[in-house]
Design a protein. Structure first.
Length: 240
């Protein structure tokens, strides 16, 4: 298996994610969100992680093709194994987990409780226009679909090498970093609000939300590990 399908998936994902990111970051934010800017949105942070994963996977495809993708791990040079480890077992799982959480939270609230995720909504009606559905899908659905397909359907995926314990610490660190990041760039005393109304709650409720979200993210990682993809690459190596 030479990973061509994985390459195609990552190229498509990079293209649509960049387009959606560029379009969404041109939206004029309301005054309560304008100072902190587009960098405060979890969706945009996840998109950045996705695009980094795409680039890393594309570079890894080039490296593996150069050294010979059918070679066993012990027969490959150090840089080829390092490239595979970083792109497929460190960056990809982090991006996949982030992009699993995004649609899991966004779409139910977008369809049934939009006031919880969009500022400026009163009495169930948005004061301004919604983003086009094509952009909505590009940033809130396609990244997960592409990353999930790359891991499970391309034949190039394998069980992640990060243990569940290591993943737990990484996920908790990511959640805490985002929590502290928002605290750093948002000052409610000046009229600023959090990017999502469901975060505009006092402590300890805000912390509870982050803990629950981090726990859900880790559960999905554990599920991905419990049900790893069937790697056609491994089967090819064994047959050789």
């Amino acid at each position: 298996m030479n990973g061509n399908l994985s390459l195609a998936i990552n190229v498509l994902c990079l293209s649509t994610s960049y387009w959606g990111y560029k379009w969404s970051t041109q939206i004029q934010l309301p005054p309560t969100l304008e100072k902190a800017g587009h960098k405060q949105f979890f969706t945009n942070i996840s998109l950045m992680a996705t695009m980094v994963s795409n680039v890393a996977s594309i570079l890894n495809w080039c490296i593996q093709r150069m050294v010979g993708p059918s070679k066993a791990r012990e027969d490959k040079p150090f840089f080829a194994n390092l490239s595979e480890l970083v792109s497929r077992h460190i960056i990809l799982p982090q991006a996949l987990v982030l992009e699993t959480v995004v649609p899991l939270i966004y779409w139910p609230l977008r369809l049934f409780a939009i006031k919880l995720i969009m500022q400026g909504v009163a009495d169930g009606e948005l004061s301004g226009p919604l983003i086009p559905i094509s952009v909505d899908i590009a940033i809130h659905a396609l990244p997960f679909i592409f990353l999930f397909s790359d891991h499970y359907l391309s034949g190039y995926g394998a069980r992640f090498r990060l243990s569940n314990t290591t993943a737990w610490f990484i996920i908790v660190a990511t959640a805490m970093s985002y929590y502290k990041f928002l605290q750093l760039i948002i000052d409610p005393t000046t009229g600023q609000t959090y990017p999502y109304p469901f975060l505009d709650v006092p402590e300890p409720y805000k912390s509870v939300i982050f803990v629950i979200t981090a726990t859900i993210a880790w559960i999905f990682y554990a599920l991905y590990q419990r049900f790893p993809p069937r790697s056609l690459l491994k089967e090819t190596i064994k047959m050789d």
